[in-house]
Design a protein around this ligand. Structure first.
Ligand code: FES
Length: 544
């Protein structure tokens, strides 16, 4: 490097989650080059660095187990190196929250650039969406309506370009959260990965980060409580993933914002879903982009008193300035607030003896008739037990039963896998029934749907009441009353609790042990207890 590169120029880190093990992020070297050009054009000095990348499709037992580890990698890389600002590149589900959590604990000037969704899947004249159609086609396969060859062909037609899942799953939700939080540039949520505007956005972000450093605008000035409330409402309006609940709480607590599960219900419930995208609706992210993208949604929220308009964003403007002139080009894809796609949705936070610290359900993905339901529990002790018994024609279950899955929470799995949307038993599917009430301490893929109660806290492996449920117990769900109750007497529960033994950990060394010993419950963001908060950018014992 010529000496003048070091003379007074802001040093900008480009934090890259490129990896061949993360198929959604394999175009990030190109994206990073666009960021680099932008930084150079604005007089900065770019230095790209890799951090642990979390591929949703390949990592076992679940990418979520490693979110906190990747956040530590990002945090220490950003703090330990002589950086003045950072551009974060993320796409696949966990890559976004992990590196933003890490950056939040350092609090340098920061811009996030998402990798963008894949183009729409096209199969036999129909649009098909990642995840969502995999779930539905898997059930068709199990019900004998589809051959394995047809399933494979459809899957290859589904994933035909660079980018992350193009349904409104967790990756698209988190890219939308980035834009709603103001930590990404306008347009961040929806430009497809292969759209030239994605590259332009990356270049503009590269230019902009240099100015943020010069103005000393740190992440804490962007990620305020108001910004998180904007994101919660945006999540409701897009019909976003339940995973955003955990991730946003974890990110907020890194930057010192006390965001709680109850904030999700207080701020977000009752907000209408405006966006007609799978898994709740019909369209895909490419359609969302062409209809105007997230700025249209934020404008609708702002015009209906549901936006903190003066929240600062990384392009230097307040949020309202970015979105006030946004126009919608397709009202079938993005509905107006006066004529919403679904009314009063958001995330509902449930309480009761089964979930004293909370559980959640996404009403927009649920069957309305099942949102008030009382049924007999059919309990699976863990995911192996579920797989062993679900196809058994003698399993005692009918469509009124409540499927209960234990020991799939943060400590129990470990990592809190996306298994909460348990597939229905074949004998029920064959009768044309497509939804039942399912409850667990697990998560659910953002691309999935159904009347699925998730994130029960405390989880079974931590001794929550969920661990005490037995097949045949009655369970009562009432979403309107925010209630989830195990209809068993307190004395009987106390007797069962006295006999309860915690499950043996799968591994007792290394990161798995660190994780299980320190992970917080889902209601607290499932971060590691010692990572909550910020250490800032100062490096103790810096002798230089
Ligand atoms: Fe990466 Fe869905 S597998 S976003």
């Amino acid at each position: 490097m010529p000496q003048d590169q070091f003379d007074g120029r802001p040093v900008i880190g480009v934090c890259n989650t490129w990896s061949e093990l993360t198929p959604c992020n394999t175009h990030f070297r190109v994206l990073a080059d666009h960021v680099r050009h932008g930084i150079l054009e604005a007089g900065g000095f770019p230095l790209e660095f890799p951090v642990m990348s979390l591929g949703e499709t390949l990592l076992r037992p679940t990418a979520m187990l490693y979110r906190n580890l990747a956040s530590m990698d990002a945090e220490e890389s950003i703090r330990g190196n002589p950086l003045d600002g950072v551009v974060l590149l993320g796409g696949c589900d966990k890559t976004t929250p992990s590196i933003l959590m890490g950056a939040a604990s350092v609090d340098l000037p920061t811009i996030f650039v998402s990798g963008g969704p894949m183009l729409s899947g096209k199969y036999r004249g129909h649009d098909i969406g990642s995840g969502t159609n995999v779930w539905s086609m898997s059930e068709d396969l199990r019900a004998g309506k589809l051959t394995l060859e047809e399933f494979h062909e459809a899957e290859s037609c589904m994933h035909r370009s660079h980018g992350h899942c193009m349904t409104m799953g967790t990756a698209s939700t988190m890219a939308s959260m980035i834009e709603a939080l103001g930590v990404g540039m306008p347009g961040n949520a929806a430009y497809p990965a292969v759209d030239a505007r994605r590259n332009v956005l990356a270049r503009l972000a590269g230019r902009r980060i240099v100015q943020l450093v010069k103005d000393d605008v740190r992440l804490a000035q962007i990620l305020t409580k108001q910004a998180f409330e904007n994101a919660i409402r945006a999540n409701a309006a897009i019909g976003g993933s339940t995973n955003a609940v955990i991730h946003l709480i974890a990110i907020a607590r890194r930057i010192g914002v006390e965001l709680t599960l109850d904030d999700w219900d207080r701020v977000g419930s009752g907000v209408h879903t405006l966006v007609n995208l799978k898994p709740n609706g019909e369209y895909l992210m490419e359609d969302f982009c062409y209809a105007g993208g997230l700025p249209v949604v934020l404008r609708e929220l702002g015009e209906n008193g549901l936006l903190h308009k003066d929240a600062l964003t990384v392009n230097g403007q307040i949020l309202w300035e970015n979105v006030r002139n946004a126009e919608c080009w397709n009202r079938d894809v993005i509905h107006s607030f006066k004529s919403p796609f679904k009314e009063h949705t958001g995330i509902a936070v449930l309480r009761g003896n089964l979930c004293p610290d909370g559980a959640i359900i996404k009403p927009s993905a649920a069957t309305p008739a099942l949102m008030q339901h009382r049924g007999r529990a059919v309990v699976f002790a863990n995911i192996e037990d579920f797989h062993r018994r679900i196809d058994d024609p003698n399993l005692e279950i009918d469509e009124r039963s409540v499927m209960v899955l234990q020991n799939c929470g943060p400590k129990g799995y470990p990592g809190m896998a996306e298994v909460g949307n348990m597939p229905l038993p074949p004998k029920i599917l064959k009768r044309g029934i497509t939804d039942m009430v399912r409850i667990s301490d697990a998560r659910m893929s953002g691309t999935a749907y159904g009347t699925v109660v998730l994130h029960i806290s405390p989880e079974a492996a931590a001794g929550g009441t969920l661990a005490l449920v037995r097949s045949g117990d009655e369970i009562e769900l009432d979403v309107a009353q925010r209630k989830l109750q195990l209809v068993v007497s307190d004395s009987e529960l106390a007797a069962r609790r006295a006999r309860w033994q915690p499950p043996k950990p799968a591994l007792e060394r290394g990161y798995w042990k660190l994780y299980v010993d320190h992970v917080l419950q889902a209601s607290d963001g499932a971060d590691l207890d010692f990572l909550v908060g910020s250490s800032g950018a100062f490096v103790p014992r810096d002798n230089h």
